[in-house]
Every structure is written in structure tokens, then in C-alpha cells.
Design a protein. Structure first.
Ligand code: 5GP
Length: 203
């Protein structure tokens, strides 16, 4: 007799220091993969071309604090002097509906999710670190992007150097090459994770 199987969604957490090519990789994944992108909240000012509700939900400090108090965030952290947070409810609803979710968060946020109290979230988690090329290349990329001041670039590079030490905490590490190669590697991870026996539910 054939049995029917289904599974809950996978929570893909991707972290990479600024300038590692993560934004391009995430944009490509959003366009081409069957997953839901979790739009974070932030108190940082929008960059040119960023769309409220699509890139981030841009909040005032007071609104952000209100949502922290209301317990709306699955995790939140201060990064480069601004606050960033992942809303819990949409993530959990999508996972329960069997949709894979992608969240792009820093190493503090990834650690918070890895150690969160909710066993459903911990089971769903697949965390991936994108290891950038060397720091000089990162500096070149950040300078080319020209969205930060020299001081902000220095701060991002100092954070990048610290974050690059944390790759061992992640289940997967992709050594970043081109967007195409990184995308292909990420897709391999997505496929393999979808076949994990422990994710299957027998109906
Ligand atoms: P950016 O300001 O360049 O868009 O993002 C700065 C850093 O904040 C990146 O490392 C990004 O992954 C991280 N980030 C974005 N959204 C969140 C979030 O919701 N939570 C946490 N902890 N980090 C986030």
C-alpha cells in the first residue's frame, strides 16, 4: 500500500559579512526559487532603490522598540548601530504550511535562532555561511558600492573580520566565488535538505 508523505518547510538562514555578494545571491534566489523571503524590519535608513516592504520594513526606533516589547520578533539584533529583526509569525505560518523560508541575517541573529526555545524552529533550521573572498576584496567591493562613508566601510570590515571566524557554527559554508557558482551550491544544499528523512511526515 502506498503511503503519503508531506513535510514542513525548511528555514534557510544565510549569513555573510557585508560585501560578500550575499545581496546578489539572495536576489537571485528570490527570483528563481520556490521559497518565501522573510522581509526583516530595520531602523536603518533606506538606501537608494530600496523598497519599503520588499527589501526591509523600515521602522522608526520607537516602532521597533514597540514590536520588541510586543514579542513580535523571532530574533533581533543591533548591527552597525542600527536595529534589525525577523518577525516570527510569518516565518512560522509559512513553515507550517510547508513553504521553505529564506532569512538573511547576521551571525548574532543566526546564533539566536540556533539556540531558540522553540523545537519546531530548531528542527526546521538549515544555516548557511557565505565565506567572502579576502578582506581587501571586500573593501574594494564596499568602496565600489559607494553606499557607505569611509568610516562606515571601516566598521563593516571590522565586523566582517569578526564574523568570518564564525563559519564553523553553521551547518554549511559556501566559499564565495561567482554569483552563479554560489547559487548552484546553495541549490544543492536546498535539494539535499528537502530529502532528509527526519523532515518527512507520514500522513
Ligand atoms: P544591510 O544594512 O547591509 O542590509 O544589512 C546589514 C546586516 O544586517 C547584514 O549582515 C544582514 O544580514 C543583517 N540583517 C538583516 N536583517 C536582519 C535581521 O532581521 N536580523 C539580524 N539579526 N540581522 C539582520
Amino acid at each position: 500500500m502506498s503511503k503519503k508523505f508531506s513535510r514542513y518547510g525548511i528555514l534557510f538562514v544565510i549569513s555573510a559579512p557585508s560585501g560578500a555578494g550575499k545581496t546578489t545571491l539572495v536576489a537571485a534566489l528570490r527570483q528563481t526559487s520556490d521559497l518565501v523571503y522573510s522581509v526583516s524590519c530595520t531602523t536603518r535608513a533606506p538606501r537608494a532603490g530600496e523598497i519599503d516592504g520588499e527589501d526591509y520594513q523600515f521602522l522608526s526606533d520607537a516602532d521597533f522598540r514597540g514590536r520588541v516589547k510586543a514579542g513580535d520578533f523571532l530574533e533581533h539584533a543591533q548591527v552597525h548601530g542600527d536595529y534589525y529583526g525577523t518577525l516570527g509569525q510569518p516565518v512560522i505560518t509559512n513553515l507550517k504550511n510547508g513553504m521553505d523560508v529564506l532569512i538573511d541575517i547576521d551571525t548574532q541573529g543566526a546564533a539566536a535562532i540556533r539556540h531558540c526555545d522553540d523545537p519546531f524552529i530548531r528542527q526546521a533550521l538549515t544555516d548557511v555561511f557565505i565565506m567572502p573572498p579576502d578582506l581587501e576584496e571586500l573593501r574594494r567591493r564596499l568602496m565600489k558600492r559607494a553606499t557607505e562613508t569611509a568610516q562606515q566601510i571601516d566598521s563593516r570590515l571590522a565586523t566582517a573580520a569578526r564574523e568570518m571566524e564564525l563559519w564553523r557554527d553553521y551547518r554549511y559554508t559556501i566559499i564565495s566565488r561567482s554569483v552563479e557558482e554560489d547559487l548552484q551550491k546553495f541549490r544543492h544544499i536546498m535539494s539535499a535538505e528537502a530529502y532528509l528523512s527526519r523532515r518527512l511526515i507520514q500522513n
